[in-house]
Design a protein around this ligand. Structure first.
Ligand code: ATR
Length: 284
């Protein structure tokens, strides 16, 4: 697509930013629609985040995504923060308003839920507890997403228990309980569970696999890994062998990009097999 002087602009700020797949993701959608627009990587040092964000309206950008290390710092800079981003404590999407103000959103929880409902439509939040492993930024989005489904029993286990306790205290909402458990009791926590989500980096290329005995997991339970390199982690392979629905991490990455694309470029962002194949290609 050739750009004209009227091209719509968006991008992703990170430091470093070279690892990000977002330019490929948004580039795919821009090409698909033949939109006169561009989505560019923006390497922004942490100490320049505020200046860079303030420059967005001045440069005519419609908005941007944020990645490491900017997701928390941006909360204190933007004019408005959507309730979900406030809950999670991080912003991954910024939309520039007509008046030049910045609105911060977090679309990770949305991405997780959309992918889960697409890949495991049979999953029922009333069908048993959800076991969430890990307590980093990704775990926050996953827990917030699960709370929105009305799920009442979330079991949170992290190697560093204190981090899980902080997450549980931050996200407690009086409706859905978050029970913190010991990392070493993770196999026992699977009893009666309807969903297991790995949000740790274990199983990722170059990392040891997640050591989790699935024997106690009810057969109908769905197993999700948010790791996407490799797409089929040892956890997902083991889950599939036992007959569980296994949900990979790539879909969450693809779906989280949709709200931003639609807001900036005004066209639908669809997650299709062709898109999955194109992004998988960039991961090889
Ligand atoms: P993200 O924001 O992507 O979730 P993160 O904040 O670095 O990333 O979190 C990584 C998660 O993987 C944490 O829950 C971490 O556990 P700790 O809080 O104890 O550090 C977990 N993790 C990483 N390596 C691990 C390992 N070898 N064993 C168990 N958990 C591990």
């Amino acid at each position: 697509m050739r750009l004209t002087g009227n091209a719509r602009l968006a991008g992703i700020m990170g430091w470093p930013v070279g690892h990000s797949r977002s330019p490929a993701l948004h580039g795919f959608w821009l090409d698909e629609h033949g939109i006169d627009g561009a989505y560019v990587p923006l390497a922004v040092r942490p100490e320049r985040l505020e200046r860079a964000l303030r420059a967005l309206p001045a440069l005519g950008f419609r908005g941007c995504n944020l990645t490491i290390p900017h997701k928390q710092a941006a909360l204190a800079i933007v004019e408005r923060v959507e309730p979900m981003a406030r809950r999670i404590g991080a912003i991954n999407t910024i939309v520039v308003g007509e008046d030049g103000s910045l609105e911060g959103r977090n679309t990770d929880a949305y991405g997780f839920r959309e992918h889960l409902s697409e890949t495991a439509p049979e999953w029922d939040p009333r069908g048993g507890a959800a076991v969430v492993l890990g307590a980093g930024g990704a775990a926050r989005a996953v827990v917030a997403a699960l709370q929105e489904t009305g799920l009442r029993d979330i079991r949170l286990l992290n190697r560093t228990r204190e981090r899980a306790e902080i997450l549980a205290a931050d996200l407690a909402d009086g409706m859905a309980g978050i029970a913190v458990g010991d990392w070493n009791s993770r196999a026992a926590a699977l009893r009666d569970a309807g969903l297991v989500v790995n949000t740790t980096s274990l199983g990722m290329h170059g990392q040891p696999p997640l050591d989790l005995d699935l024997d106690g997991l009810p057969p109908r339970a769905v197993v999700v890994d948010i790791v996407y390199v490799p797409l089929e982690t040892p956890l997902l392979a083991a889950a599939r062998r036992r007959g569980h629905t296994a949900v990979d991490g790539l879909g969450m990455l693809l779906h989280q990009g949709r709200p931003g694309f639609e807001a900036w470029f005004g066209a639908p962002a669809r997650v299709t097999p062709a898109l999955r194949a194109a992004i998988l290609d960039t991961l090889r």
